[in-house]
Design a protein around this ligand. Sequence first.
Ligand SMILES: Nc1nc(=O)c2c([nH]1)NC[C@@H]1CN(c3ccc(C(=O)N[C@@H](CCC(=O)O)C(=O)O)cc3)C=[N+]21
Length: 320
Amino acid sequence: MTGPRAGSEDAAGADAAGADAAGSGPARRAQVLDGTATARAIKSELAERVAALAARGVVPGLGTVLVGDDPGSRAYVGGKHKDCAEVGIASIRADLPATATQAEIEVAVDRLNHDPACTGYIVQLPLPKGIDTNRVLELVDPAKDADGLHPTNLGRLVLRVDGPIDSPLPCTPRGIIELVERHGIDLAGTHVVVVGRGTTVGRSIGLLLTRRELNATVTLTHTGTRELAAHTREADVIVAAAGVPGIIRPEHVRPGAIVLDVGVTRVVDDETGRTRLAGDVHPGVAEVAGWLSPNPGGVGPMTRAMLLANVVEAAERAQV
Ligand SMILES: Nc1nc(=O)c2c([nH]1)NC[C@@H]1CN(c3ccc(C(=O)N[C@@H](CCC(=O)O)C(=O)O)cc3)C=[N+]21
């Protein structure tokens, strides 16, 4: 793949350098890594594959297990089923009350494992306090793990440095990589600094990026890292996934670098008193970075598109 190399002396990098710390010079805002448009393109490709499966009598089905009535979790699950309808994937919902016991949740998981209409499913996180989340997640049939976070699937990712991976991949890491590549950026040889050690993004994305065909170099930092800016300023690509609003500020970013905002923290807006989502990237970063994923409209829609991709791929695998 060709295209602007992160950290190269291309026009975007040079212009952004003009808007560096001194604050003078022409402010050239970062180019947008448009997750909404990219997810739309992926969904239309997936709709064709779903149609091909339907012609052979196969309808992929996505299941969700939602426990409790957290408005955020409800909204995410609703969005996933809306996405399914768009591409022709069937929806299966298991909604349990906040009072559901460990055993009741495990029964819901067991049902989906044995439901032939369910190709893949997710257990929406977080689960209520008192529930052993790891125990629930380990009961998911690895072949139906639409999140790609089952220990078996993460283990395969650890063990397979090259060659095909015939198991589901973690959605957000995969979405980040697709988002960057589909904007013509080649990650091979780049230095990616990941901020955040959560299992869904920080701890798993390096397993994908360092595979031989992607060939990126990865530094994993987190909220306990000393001199965070010294690390992030070395990055061609920053993946901000700490869940700390605004943790990545302009001075953390090398002019022209690629910045992905993965943060989804619910905060109360000082001015309106309403809750809103806050990303990990300070707005001023747009004046320094070469490329920036907006939030919303960046990594979130890509995560959802990759969930659909995992379900379609599981259905295709079950065919052969
Ligand atoms: N088992 C499980 N799998 C998950 O993948 C999972 C989860 N649990 N728990 C919560 C997090 C969070 N997450 C998001 C996905 C899409 C958007 C998304 O599409 N956001 C829109 C904006 C939505 C809004 O404004 O409310 C956007 O970025 O444009 C956000 C957040 C998936 N998660």
